[in-house]
Design a protein around this ligand. Structure first.
Ligand code: PEP
Length: 247
């Protein structure tokens, strides 16, 4: 049985005041895994504040190397040292705005697991790729890079987030049947390597999820929860999204 998960990607948004609001008012009932991905500067406040509650904190990015003369970078080991437990890798904003290649994404995925962070691997096609009928092959390719460098064991402790690029931050959520179809494809793709791992791997949906769209998406059999951007900054809205998942 896959435990449901709802994760918040604050991107480069948030403040100490928003952290305090979450610490004062946000809680989750333990029937699902909740992970907050604030900007790295705010991780410690949330990690310490949520220490007694079942809410995890992750980092939005890690370096592919452990330490050294890499000004501005943060390693997965440092994230673990500060108490983070998850690392986002392969987000389309990192791929498209910061030129992260599939190879670098794989290195960051490996760096997370080496340090003890659970990677949340983001995959997804652009609008052009979908319109050209290449959505599945693009997503399969993004997963295959990890399979080729680590093998299927990579997914024994990892989460996949399917985030169609055309739905991120656009207000256009994928239809539940569209998302379910890609999630089922991802599971079938993993099954070719190992059926048990495929059955146990959580696949989240991300792309303009909000309190109105969450329940229908989360009701689909292969959608194990969500990775939420814009709607995760407001604790009441995010709490509603978390409540929309019931398994
Ligand atoms: C994201 O950044 O991962 C995301 C899904 O953003 P939004 O919910 O704002 O589309």
């Amino acid at each position: 049985m896959r435990a449901p998960m709802v994760a918040a990607n604050w991107k480069m948004n948030g403040s100490k005041a928003i952290c305090r609001e979450f610490l004062q008012h946000f809680d989750a009932d333990g029937s699902l895994d909740v992970v907050l991905f604030p900007p790295f500067l705010y991780t410690s406040i949330l990690i310490e504040g949520f220490a007694e509650r079942s809410i995890s904190v992750g980092v939005q990015n890690v370096s592919n190397v452990s330490s050294g003369a890499y000004t501005g970078e943060i390693s997965a080991e440092m994230a673990v040292d500060s108490g983070a437990t998850y690392g986002l890798v392969g987000h389309s904003e990192r791929r498209n705005l910061f030129g992260e290649s599939d190879g670098l994404v794989a290195e960051k995925f490996i760096a997370c697991q080496r340090a003890g962070l659970t990677p949340v691997l983001c995959v997804g096609e652009s609008l052009d790729e979908r319109q050209e009928g290449r959505a599945e092959s693009v997503v399969a390719g993004q997963i295959d890079v990890i399979l080729k460098s680590v093998g299927i064991k990579a997914f024994a402790n990892a989460v996949i987030a399917y985030e169609p690029v055309w739905a991120i931050g656009t207000g256009e959520t994928a239809r539940p049947d569209q998302a379910q179809s890609m999630h089922a494809f991802i599971r079938a793709f993993l099954t070719k390597s190992d059926a048990t791992t495929a059955k146990n791997t959580r696949v989240l949906y991300g792309g303009s999820v909000n309190a109105n769209t969450a329940a229908e998406l989360f009701a689909e059999g292969d959608i194990d929860g969500g990775l939420v951007g814009g709607a995760s900054l407001e604790f009441k809205e995010f709490a509603k999204i978390c409540r929309a998942i019931s398994r």
